[in-house]
Design a binder for this molecule. Structure first.
Ligand SMILES: C[S@@+](CC[C@H](N)C(=O)[O-])C[C@H]1O[C@@H](n2cnc3c(N)ncnc32)[C@H](O)[C@@H]1O
Length: 332
């Protein structure tokens, strides 16, 4: 199995109660049911950050596929109510990929953008979450990223850049002219992580680099088909909220946003319609409290294959293939 780090349960309170309906100031609310029902329980302005990956209308086990127009009309209703619940200093992080019909690609962020604008939201970043691997397309280029739209409700929003800085590649760089000549030119706290996030990449998709040819599971993966990594949530939580703020995931899945919020002393509210996913979410919360939940550490560098792994080498049967020639040319 791939090594997964057990995480120390930061900010654990001795009696963490998981509420099953909205309770003001609760540390965790996990509502089993339709998000519209939970939204109806919540007062306006109660949420500091919405972070979610909504259904993409792909016909996954948890959704009924419909036309893109009907899908977006339904989502617009949810978004209107959700944005009412957002504090004026609040943010929405909406993580989406593509809806695909008969081989035609509909990038969902493009469709969602005008809806958010109709509600007066302001885009701060369109973050590209880049994957190293995924399905191989044959009639178009293989898709290797999804996006995360970060909107704020007003111009007065929380953004704690220092809490999410990453090490710079060349910290030793110095100014070579001007009044600061000779002084370090970077920031001692690290650099801005930029709007391209390469979190997880190979590991998330293939989960097989450490033990070639053994398909082991990523330490965070559950049986949910479309889970996102805790690390993705954590970066947003740290940058866009403060301790004790409330993080809301309307499509909670197996509780990834809850875990990402709790790990940093934020309150968490989520709705999830599927009882099995709710059960797994509760188990993950319990494991987090007990200190046994395995989470990929925030900021861990993405694994780079050395080239010596068996899976990195051209198989014997392909020694004279075009791929072998391409690799040879690259190595020169
Ligand atoms: C893309 S998945 C989110 C996975 C989540 N980010 C995680 O890491 O576990 C979307 C989830 O929304 C749930 N869902 C879909 N429609 C819903 C609704 N109307 N109310 C509540 N949950 C819903 C699905 O069951 C599914 O688990």
């Amino acid at each position: 199995m791939m090594a997964g780090k057990t995480t120390e349960p930061l900010y654990v309170t001795s009696e963490l109660v998981v509420q099953d309906k909205y309770v003001p100031d609760a540390r965790v609310v996990l509502f089993e049911g339709d998000t519209i029902q939970l939204l109806a329980q919540m007062p306006n302005g109660a949420v500091d950050l919405v972070i979610t990956s909504p259904p993409y209308n792909l016909g996954k086990s948890y959704e009924t596929r419909t036309t893109i127009e009907q899908y977006l009309a339904g989502q617009e209703q949810v978004l209107g109510q959700m944005i009412d619940k957002l504090a004026d200093t609040g943010s929405v992080c909406w993580q989406v990929g593509n809806f695909v019909q008969d081989g035609e690609v509909f990038p969902l962020d493009i469709y969602y953008y005008p809806i958010f604008k109709r509600f007066g939201m302001k885009l701060r970043n369109r973050i590209v979450w880049h994957f190293g691997h995924g399905l191989h397309a044959s009639k178009r280029f293989s898709g290797r990223y999804e996006t995360l739209l970060w909107f704020t409700k007003t111009d007065n929003y929380t953004f704690n850049l220092d809490d999410v800085r990453v090490p710079s590649k060349y910290p030793g760089k110095r100014h070579f002219k001007g009044p600061n000549i000779g002084k370090p030119s970077g920031n001692p706290k690290g650099k801005n992580p930029s709007d391209i996030w390469q979190l997880m990449a190979e590991e998330w998709e293939t989960c097989m680099w450490d033990i070639p040819n053994v398909k082991s599971n990523h330490p965070e993966k559950t049986e949910h088909p479309c889970q996102f990594p805790v690390e993705l949530v954590e970066r947003c939580v740290l940058a866009m909220t403060n301790p004790d703020d409330t993080v809301f995931d309307p499509y909670g899945g197996v509780g990834t946003s809850i875990v990402g919020a709790l790990r940093h002393g934020r309150r968490a509210v989520a709705s999830e319609q599927d009882p099995d996913f709710c059960r797994i979410a509760r188990e993950r919360i319990d494991e987090w409290q007990a200190g046994s939940l395995k989470v990929r550490p925030l900021g861990k560098p993405v694994h780079q294959p050395s080239g010596r792994e068996k899976v990195s080498q051209v198989p014997d049967e392909w020694q004279h293939s075009e791929q072998a020639r391409l690799l040879e040319r690259k190595a020169k």
